[in-house]
Design a protein around this ligand. Structure first.
Ligand SMILES: [Zn+2]
Ligand SMILES: [Zn+2]
Length: 143
């Protein structure tokens, strides 16, 4: 599909991502607009983790390169969590009426240039988890 692009994307401005079983692969431009660790109850449940590190980018800057028929869209076309139907991995969420995607950073195979810059929805944080870094914390959305 994008034969001009080496697999893995390292150094060419694109980042490779994949689900746990490998049936779904995508690539996203290494040009994220923002990145956060979200502690809201939905993100914790969706990832089965203490928080969800994610980064936002224009939806058209993410392309499914493998397994488009394997996608499990949980929600609406313009507001959803997109997972692999075979293994269930959360890959990204479509948000803002379909304008942006929030890439679940754990699904990236390559390291993005932008790292999470803050913790959000700390008011909903898991009681058993302690934030030990110095990133700014916000009760809900960052202001
Ligand atoms: Zn999978
Ligand atoms: Zn969240």
């Amino acid at each position: 599909m994008n034969s001009e692009s080496p697999p893995g994307g390292a150094g060419d401005g694109w980042l490779a991502g994949r689900c746990e079983c490998g049936k779904v692969r995508y690539r996203v431009e290494d040009a994220f607009l923002y990145a956060s660790n979200c502690h809201c109850s939905r993100c914790r449940a969706a990832t089965g983790s203490a928080f969800k590190p994610f980064a936002g980018i224009d939806r058209e800057k993410l392309e499914i390169t493998d397994g488009p028929d394997e996608l499990l869209i949980v929600g609406e076309e313009t507001l959803n969590d997109t997972r692999c139907r075979a293994c269930g991995s959360l890959l990204f969420s479509v948000v803002a009426d379909g304008a942006y995607v929030h890439v679940a950073l754990g699904s990236l195979a390559d390291a993005p240039t932008m790292r999470p810059t803050k913790h959000i929805f700390v008011g909903s944080k898991a009681a058993w988890f302690e934030i030990t870094d110095d990133l700014p914390q916000f009760e809900e959305h960052a202001t």
